[in-house]
Design a protein around this ligand. Structure first.
Ligand SMILES: Cc1cc2nc3c(=O)[nH]c(=O)nc-3n(C[C@H](O)[C@H](O)[C@H](O)COP(=O)(O)O)c2cc1C
Length: 405
């Protein structure tokens, strides 16, 4: 310990020393050994300049209103789960298999009988007009041009009919239940009539979530929020097209009494396939299988549900083991790089969903930003597959990863 401190001090001295000078190479080397590379401040001016998805984050932070950035960036309590999501990737390392012909790597796969050109899926993110004037329509057009499956939140700022038209294909409809069944049945019928074949039931906010950090951003935003958000306790529902005609009020959102019986009710009410989003334990994966759900979606809502301090990638093995191949397993929360996606696939996920990463692209450059994020993630995944010696998604297996500790 004392040695490590001495080494740090010595390196700091070296960096500041005229002996070494402030050459980029010297500075980067020293910073890397100190584990804190300080990159130059730079905001990209077009999507083509992006080197990774974090370039979009920096632009998004600079262009978004304070409260909207807070809504996008924060998790619950002190961000314990959000941080755990990223740290979980560090504990899994990659095992490269050399000398495999990977000249032609394919990302093609299937999910619930649908052919997909990649296992990278757009997670449902509500209120996208808070991030860009074209909101969900820009996302849908990007999903269409890049060939990705899109999930649409039921708190979308654009109707499902318009989004499906822009996407050119059905989206998966994500659904927050309400305690008034008439709201559910009206909305489910509307999604089905619009062409959705899959409903994604989100179950991780039933008892609310402590968004204390979001409120820290809101209280310093000096704009008048009532100009866009209708005032009053139920005001926000008025801006959500999927709630039109349902008679819903905010109080209907208390779903704390919901149990697994809800799946049976849903099954009776719709022809859509049912995916349960927000599963993090083997116990709940077992309940999903017993209730006959069509797919399980491992997620902690990007660290926005409970402050468990438990990373989503860490939840995956017990869910995969319980499911044992009976239904597909999807995952999200914290995915930012091709290597992250590869690790989840190697742990047995069938698809990986991204949230903030594409919203950063949307906020920064609209449709073109989302397109570039998707393009980069595919390119990164293709590269790591080549490095690991996996020619196809089916080739990716447990032999390609190891775990620390
Ligand atoms: C701003 C924002 C809004 C979200 N809205 C919804 C939503 O309406 N429905 C839902 O099921 N999940 C929602 N999520 C969670 C995402 O679907 C996904 O689980 C999460 O973003 C994944 O983590 P990541 O952002 O680290 O990729 C939202 C996430 C964010 C960041």
């Amino acid at each position: 310990m004392a040695n490590a401190q001495l080494r740090r001090q010595f390196l700091k001295f070296l960096v500041a020393s005229p002996l070494l000078g402030w050459t980029t190479a010297g500075r980067l080397l020293a910073d890397e050994m100190l584990d804190t590379i300080s990159l130059p401040d730079y905001l990209i001016k077009s999507p083509d300049e992006a080197l990774d998805v974090f370039d979009f984050h920096n632009v998004a932070r600079s262009v978004l209103p304070t409260a909207h950035y807070g809504y996008l960036a924060t998790g619950t309590d002190g961000n314990e789960t959000l941080k755990a999501n990223r740290k979980a990737f560090d504990r899994v390392y990659l095992r490269a298999m050399r000398m495999v012909d990977t000249a032609a790597v394919s990302l093609d796969t299937r999910l619930l009988d649908e052919p997909l050109t990649s296992p990278i899926v757009l997670a449902p993110v509500g209120s996208q007009k808070a991030f860009h004037a074209e909101g969900e329509l820009a996302t849908a057009r990007a999903a269409r041009s890049q060939g990705h499956l899109q999930m649409l939140s039921n708190v979308t700022s654009t109707s499902i009919e318009d989004v499906i038209e822009a996407r050119g294909e059905p989206v998966w409809f994500q659904f927050y239940p309400t305690n008034k069944w008439s709201t559910a049945s009206t909305m489910l019928k509307r999604a089905e009539d619009a062409g959705a074949k899959v409903v994604v039931l989100t179950v991780d906010l039933n008892s609310g979530s402590n968004r204390v950090l979001l409120n820290q951003f809101i209280r310093v935003d000096e704009r008048d929020c009532d100009v866009c958000h209708s005032p009053g306790p139920d005001g926000w529902l008025k801006t959500k097209p999927m709630y039109a005609g349902t008679g819903a009020v905010e109080a209907d959102w208390d779903m704390s009494s919901m149990t697994w019986d809800y799946i049976d009710r849903l099954r009776d009410a719709t022809r859509m396939k049912i995916v349960v989003k927000g599963v993090v334990t083997a116990e709940d994966a077992k309940s999903c299988i017993e209730r006959g759900v069509d797919a399980i979606y491992v997620s902690n809502h990007g660290g926005r549900a409970e402050a468990s301090g438990w990373g989503s990638l860490e939840n995956l093995p017990e869910v995969v083991a319980t499911v044992n191949g009976r239904v597909p397993v999807l995952i999200d929360s914290g995915f930012r790089r091709g290597t992250d996606i590869f690790k989840a696939l190697a742990l047995g996920a069938d698809a990986v969903c991204i949230g903030r990463a594409y919203i950063w692209g949307l906020a920064a450059f609209g449709q073109a930003g989302v397109e570039k994020v998707l393009d980069m993630l595919r390119a990164e995944l293709r590269m790591v597959m080549g490095q690991m010696g996996a020619r196809s998604i089916a080739d990716i297996g447990a032999e390609h990863i190891g775990a620390r500790g």
